[in-house]
Design a protein around this ligand. Sequence first.
Ligand code: ADP
Ligand code: ADP
Length: 229
Amino acid sequence: ETAIRFEGAGKTYPGGTAAVEALDLEIPRGSLTVFVGPSGCGKTTSLRMINRMVEPTSGRVVVDGRDVSSVPAHELRRSMGYVMQQSGLMPHRTVVDNVATVPRLTGVPKRRARERARELLATVGLDVQLAERYPAQLSGGQQQRVGVARALAADPPVLLMDEPFSAVDPVVRQDLQRELLDLQQRLHRTIVFVTHDIDEAVLLGNRVAVFATGGRLAQYASPEELLRA
Ligand code: ADP
Ligand code: ADP
């Protein structure tokens, strides 16, 4: 069953950069699909067309059968977690409150929201001792864990991840990759994951979309098929 469908979705930015050519792609529900390719080939632009951070200039993107352009952007973003290379945490709030903010926004009482936040922090493997610290008092890898916990806090069926592990050192990165795989085995979310690292793509992806320069889709295959080619 298809969760996200690109139907000839393309993006030319004002100024004329053709970032993504008409993209046709079906992302199965519950899969971890990776967009991989060299820098500047349109991965982030494609990812952002899913939650309307970027509006396509041709074609459309359909999520759960609905053209996203017909869904209010704020509603769409609330229904999708988003994790970037920088964790994007609020510096003046503690770790637990960074995560609790999300359920608070949907009306969950403060105490319950903080409980939920602690559960999520445990889920992503963050030491409970760190929950009362401020983001700047955490390592880059720890901050990324918090970012993932926050993205999961709204219990979103779709999780968009843009180079989430690129800024952390290789050892921590392996930990985070393993935990993402583990998390996905338990939660079965639809995850779209952007990376420029083909090893990471093959390790994590159920499906791998290989982008080429010029925002063209070169290949869309399982990791096994890619390795055989
Ligand atoms: P990737 O994620 O693969 O590195 P991007 O989607 O970020 O690629 O960018 C694709 C192309 O679009 C690049 O040439 C980039 O410079 C250009 N681009 C990205 N964002 C913008 C923007 N907001 N305005 C103009 N050009 C952009
Ligand atoms: P960049 O600095 O990567 O170019 P932009 O300037 O295009 O990013 O703006 C993206 C910003 O919008 C991010 O900093 C992010 O915090 C915010 N944002 C937009 N949509 C979402 C979302 N669905 N979830 C979280 N943050 C979002």
